[in-house]
Design a binder for this molecule. Structure first.
Ligand code: ATP
Ligand code: MG
Length: 378
């Protein structure tokens, strides 16, 4: 575990970049440092691997003062990734990734074999191995940066705004990849960003810093969204805090109705039976996949035309997706009802905005009783 204990960094010109910061960074999880420009994120990260020495306080790595470890040993136990990847322009991709293993004395063949293995792990095509960095896209270069940091299998990864320079779509891909790698390899990752959405998505724990290098709040993202410590944190979290918090609640508990679902080849009797009490019926194909909505009285057995149905839009996956995803489906639906599907895309049920609203109120009440909220997808 990395423990930052009352650390201050005062630069020679008197600037206090970090002010008595204390953080316990849990093992095998992602801790995000987030805050406005100049709040001391990079300085904090660089003090962890001693690229910058603290003015006061101590940083303990597995209980040992980092100053007592040889600086080279310390740095090799911590992969470092920066914005724009910082690759060696005159080295091929495979040799960039093999840098640290080579420094550690591995043979060229062994280091390159390791590099190729890592290219696959970070989602880079093997055909890119012999190229030079300038022959790669920004997103690909960033993946090389991650692979290079992982090359000697360090227990810790320090990442300073690694995905800031790429467009939102590529960025989402890189974030998903990082979560997957973290899942597989269980690294301890300290991740710096000024993007609160990125912090909420990636962080197991999130430290919000304010200008002057002071800690504003250190909490799991769900708690940050539900209980911001003060006006600064609330402001930094931005709009839609309530909606975004719904990402942490599963749709599993939603009461789905299956009665208002009819297949396109339904009999008159089936349509009549389904159409009591509900304003709309969901029509599916013969495999059970949603086609669209109709008012019960507009459906006549044997003559249902998919083109005449109201579109049902993108459904949510029951149980897997969050309440946020379910609410989004209902809000976008022309009927106000959301369609839930199973993993195969077959209709699992329908649910009204009102029922989702009740589930949200229930989840909030539950959430304020327990801080154990885990992230769900969607
Ligand atoms: N070598 C230095 N000498 C003096 N002041 C410095 C030095 N390096 C950084 N600072 C100052 O320390 C403060 C924190 O800088 P730091 O780079 O840690 O911020 P940051 O949170 O990473 O910002 P950004 O989001 O812009 O990257 C800033 O006010 C910066 O100007
Ligand atoms: Mg910085």
């Amino acid at each position: 575990m990395i423990r930052i204990d009352s650390v201050t960094k005062r630069y020679p010109d008197g600037t206090v970049a970090v002010d008595r910061l204390s953080l316990e960074i849990p093992d095998r999880s992602i801790t995000v440092l987030v805050g406005p420009s100049g709040c001391g994120k990079t300085t904090t990260l660089r003090m962890i691997n001693r690229m910058i020495e603290p003015s006061e306080g101590t940083i303990l790595i597995d209980g040992v003062d980092s100053r007592q470890q040889p600086v080279n040993t310390l740095r090799r136990s911590m992969g470092y990734v920066i914005q724009n990847a910082g690759l060696f322009q005159h080295r091929t991709i495979v040799d960039n990734i093999a840098t640290v293993p080579r420094l550690l004395g591995w043979s060229k063949d062994k280091a390159r074999a390791r590099a190729r293995e890592l290219m696959e792990r970070v989602g880079l095509d093997a055909s890119l191995a012999r190229r030079y960095p300038y022959q790669l896209s920004g997103g690909q270069q960033q993946r090389v940066g991650v692979a290079r940091a992982l090359a000697a299998d360090p227990p810790v990864l320090l990442m300073d705004e690694p995905f800031s320079a790429v467009d939102p779509v590529v960025r989402k891909g890189l974030q998903d990849e990082l979560l997957r790698i973290q899942d597989e390899l269980g690294k301890t990752i300290v991740f710096v960003t000024h993007d609160i959405d990125e912090a909420v998505k990636l962080g197991t724990m999130v430290a919000v810093l304010r200008t002057g290098g002071r800690l504003a709040q250190f909490a799991p993202p769900a708690e940050l969204l539900s209980d911001p410590a003060d006006a600064f944190v609330e402001d930094f979290l931005g709009a839609d805090r309530g909606i975004r918090r719904l990402s942490f609640f599963s749709s599993a508990g939603l009461d789905l109705l299956t009665a208002p679902i009819v297949a396109i080849d339904a009999s008159a009797e089936q349509i009549a039976r389904a159409g009591t009490d509900v304003p709309y019926l969901l029509v599916t194909d013969v495999e059970g996949k949603p086609l669209g909505w109709s008012e019960p009285r507009d459906l006549t057995a044997g003559t249902i035309e998919p083109a005449e149905l109201l579109p049902c839009g993108r459904p949510f996956v029951a149980g897997r997706d969050s309440l946020r995803a379910a609410l989004d489906c209902a809000v976008l639906s022309p009927t106000g009802w959301a369609v839930a599907v199973d993993a195969e895309g077959r209709a699992a049920g329908v649910v009204s905005q009102q029922t989702i609203g009740e589930a949200i109120r229930g989840a909030h009440a539950e959430g304020s009783r327990s801080s154990e909220t885990t992230k769900v997808s969607g």
